[in-house]
Structure formats: structure tokens, C-alpha cells
Design a protein around this ligand. Structure first.
Ligand SMILES: Nc1ncnc2c1ncn2[C@@H]1O[C@H](COP(=O)(O)OP(=O)(O)OP(=O)(O)O)[C@@H](O)[C@H]1O
Ligand code: SF4
Ligand SMILES: [Mg+2]
Length: 382
């Protein structure tokens, strides 16, 4: 299904003009997260169940997303990416730390307090099959958030839904169809239209293309890129590998076991990574054909062992049980996330014995799919 031809209208932009006066200038901090922590209690015991431990899903992360920016959040399964997204959209209550949105502390805001900004932060989910109600028409799905928030656009909701369908490259005539009549990529476009219905300022996209074929991934990423650039919407873009984010995000943070271990602008992360884990992630990207039937040769770093349990993470540096550079100090002292000498401003690394920045080898590691590579041009703008 996901592989079938898509109805795409990307020749010409159909997006309305960006919101003018009153919109945040690109670059202003929209979202600031400080010391954000989420521990889930682990219950055990019989007959009385009590808390016997804590899953340290997210453990004291700092990040900020500027207006109009795409910020990528990357890491292996279980490192706490979705939990971070759910905390920011306030689907989960943080254990500690603060979430500040446009200067307002929303860390523990009540539903009523959140109401005025609810529409401004939207989420796109990974699975376009389970995230759309199969019994509702596309029209109802997309107009749902407008109904819930009592928004009556000029010309009516149906007109607005048709406009949104057009914006995401779907046929407005398909207003009355059901989700099963669409391919995976088209369903994800419906999810995007639903997220856009309330004119958000920030979209948390939790692995929005992971469930799609690579060729379709590029189209959906392209659409999100267009939305970001033309509507000035900021993204927190969550992905499990560095490949997709590279083409979409100006800044990238790498997570491991609930912590951010490296963060920086795109060039720093992809061409001058310093954390051993970032190196390992980059080397894990599948090999690419470089033409003439030859495959680019490069050193592959194989991570030994499994990701430790977030219930009892290793002392000191959490990556130390899989790190080829680990020494005694790594077990005793947690490395702070700091700017290492030689790094660009804003490029922070949490490691006692960082890698040398490698520039040339990495370039080959990260070129993936030509369709995705073609998008990069657009991604660097802004
Ligand atoms: N409601 C919950 N109760 C208990 N533990 C949870 C809960 N939600 C998540 N966790 C645990 O928190 C950790 C982080 O989960 P999270 O879903 O945020 O990871 P992720 O990085 O999004 O992974 P994936 O790439 O698989 O989506 C995992 O160990 C997970 O099992
Ligand atoms: S602090 Fe030590 S264990 Fe952690 S990544 Fe750096 S070298 Fe490896
Ligand atoms: Mg997840």
C-alpha cells in the first residue's frame, strides 16, 4: 500500500502566505526545556504492589527550539524520544524540570491553563494506520481539532478542510473518503493536514516517516519542509537514525538512555561529531552505491552489547558499557554536556575522552537515498 503512487502536487506551492504581523520572528526561542525529567514507577510485589524502581525514561535534558526552526532529536529505540515529545505536548506530566513555551512555564499547567496555547503545539504520530480513526471520514478527521477547539474558519470548516487537503497534496474531492482508501504516505499527509488545522507554531513530529517506504519518506519530508518554510512552523523532529533528520533539521540532538549526549548545528553533528556514540550512529548508516557499481568503503563501528536498562542505568557515563574508549573516570564521573575546545558555538558534547572530529570520512557515511539528498538544499535554507 505504502508503495503505491501518490497523488502529489508539489510542482507549485499551494501554501497560503505566512502569517505576518504578530508571528514570531524566525530565531526567537519558542520552546525552552530545562532539566526535563520523566521517571515511570515500576510496580512489583504481592499481595501489596509497591514501587520497586523507576524507569529513567528522560533524565534531565535541556533543549530549545526557535521559531520556524527544525530541531532533530535522534537516538535508538527506548532512549526516551517519544517520552520527550509527549512531555512537551503535555500528554505526560514531567517528574522534574521545566517546559517554557513563548515565555510561559507550562510544565505543570492545567488543562484550563493550557487551553489558549493547546492549538499552537500539535503532534504528528509515527503510525499513519493507528493514528487515524478508521470509522471517520477524512473530512471529520481533519475538522475534528477545529470542532474541539470551537474554531469556525471563514467560509466554514469544510472549505478549510478542502484547502488543507490541497496544501498537503491530496485531492480535496476525497473529503468523504475513509482512511483505508489511502496509502501509508497519503495517510501521513492526512495526519499533517490535521496538525495544520489549528495553525500551530510548533509541531512535534514523532518519527513521522519511519513507517513509510523510503521513496515515500522523501515526499513526506519534502511536504514538511515546505510547511516549515512557507508557514514558518517550528518542528521538533524525532527520528531513530541520523539520516532523515539530516535533510530536515538545522540543529540536531543525540539521545542515549534518557540523556542528550551531543547537540549542535547540522554541520557539526554530521561532519565533526565528537561523541563516540554519534560516531557509531553515523557509521551505522547503510552503505551507499557511489556509482560505477562500487560501494563507498568506510569503517563501521559495531556497538558491543545491548542498551542497558533505563531502570538501572550505568553510573557515570551511561554509554560506558558499550564505549570502546571507556576508562575508570567514565564510571565515576558523569560527563557534563559542554562545548569542547575546537567545537563551534552551540556544539556541546558529554564525553570525558571525545573523538577527534573527522570531516572527510563522514561525508560518505551519511549520503543515503538520492531522493532524500535532493531535499537537503531546501533544508539548509533558513
Ligand atoms: N508509560 C510508561 N510506563 C513505563 N515505562 C515507559 C512508559 N512509556 C515509556 N516507558 C519506557 O521509557 C523508555 C523510553 O521510552 P520512549 O518510548 O520514550 O522511547 P523512544 O526513544 O521513543 O523509543 P522508540 O524509538 O522505540 O519509539 C523505555 O524504556 C520505555 O519502555
Ligand atoms: S565519557 Fe567515557 S564512556 Fe562515555 S562516551 Fe566518553 S569515553 Fe566513552
Ligand atoms: Mg518512540
Amino acid at each position: 500500500m505504502a508503495g503505491q503512487e501518490e497523488h502529489v502536487k508539489n510542482e507549485e506551492s499551494v501554501l497560503p502566505a505566512p502569517r505576518g504581523a504578530g508571528a514570531d520572528a524566525e530565531g526567537d526561542p519558542l520552546l525552552v526545556v530545562a532539566g526535563l525529567t520523566k521517571h515511570f514507577p515500576v510496580k512489583g510485589g504481592f499481595p501489596i504492589r509497591r514501587t520497586v524502581g523507576q524507569v529513567q525514561a528522560v533524565d534531565g535534558i535541556d533543549l530549545s527550539v526557535r521559531a520556524g526552526e527544525s530541531f532533530g532529536l535522534v537516538g535508538e529505540s527506548g532512549c526516551g524520544k517519544s517520552t520527550t515529545g509527549r512531555l512537551i505536548t503535555r500528554l505526560l506530566e514531567p517528574t522534574a524540570g521545566t517546559i517554557t513555551y513563548r515565555g510561559q512555564d507550562i510544565s505543570h499547567a492545567s488543562r484550563r491553563q493550557l487551553a489558549p496555547i493547546r492549538s499552537e503545539i500539535q503532534m504528528i504520530f509515527q503510525d499513519p494506520y493507528s493514528s487515524l480513526n478508521p470509522r471517520q471520514t477524512v473530512g471529520r478527521i481533519i475538522s475534528g481539532p477545529m470542532e474541539v477547539n470551537g474554531i469556525e474558519p471563514e467560509g466554514g470548516r469544510e472549505k478549510r478542510v478542502r484547502e488543507l487537503l490541497e496544501i498537503v497534496g491530496l485531492n480535496p474531492e476525497h473529503y468523504n473518503r475513509f482512511p483505508h482508501e489511502f496509502s501509508g504516505g497519503q495517510r501521513q499527509r492526512i495526519g499533517v493536514a490535521r496538525a495544520l488545522a489549528l495553525e500551530p507554531k510548533l509541531i512535534v513530529a514523532d518519527e513521522p516517516v519511519s513507517a513509510l517506504d523510503v521513496s515515500i519518506q522523501a515526499q513526506v519530508v519534502n511536504l514538511l519542509q515546505q510547511v516549515r518554510q512557507e508557514l514558518g512552523i517550528a518542528f521538533l523532529f524525532i527520528a531513530h537514525d541520523l539520516a532523515v533528520v539530516r535533510h530536515f533539521s538545522q540543529r540536531v540532538a543525540v539521545m542515549y538512555l534518557g540523556k542528550i549526549i551531543e547537540v549542535g548545528d547540522r554541520d557539526s553533528i554530521y561532519t565533526r561529531p565528537r561523541h563516540p556514540y554519534t560516531h557509531a550512529l553515523l557509521s551505522a548508516v547503510p552503505e551507499v552505491n557511489v556509482g560505477d557499481g562500487e560501494t563507498a568503503a568506510r569503517e563501521r563501528i559495531r556497538l558491543a552489547g545491548d542498551v542497558p536498562s533505563p531502570i538501572a542505568p550505568p553510573s557515570g557515563c551511561r554509554f560506558r558499557t558499550r564505549c570502546w574508549k571507556a576508562q575508570d573516570r567514565c564510571a565515576a564521573e558523569e560527563p557534563p554536556l559542554v562545548r569542547i575546545s575546537g567545537n563551534h558555538a552551540g556544539h556541546l558534547t558529554a564525553c570525558h575522552f571525545p573523538e577527534e572530529p573527522t570531516i572527510e570520512a563522514r561525508e560518505e557515511d551519511i549520503v543515503l537515498d538520492p531522493a532524500l539528498a535532493a531535499l537537503e538544499e531546501g533544508g539548509s535554507a533558513g
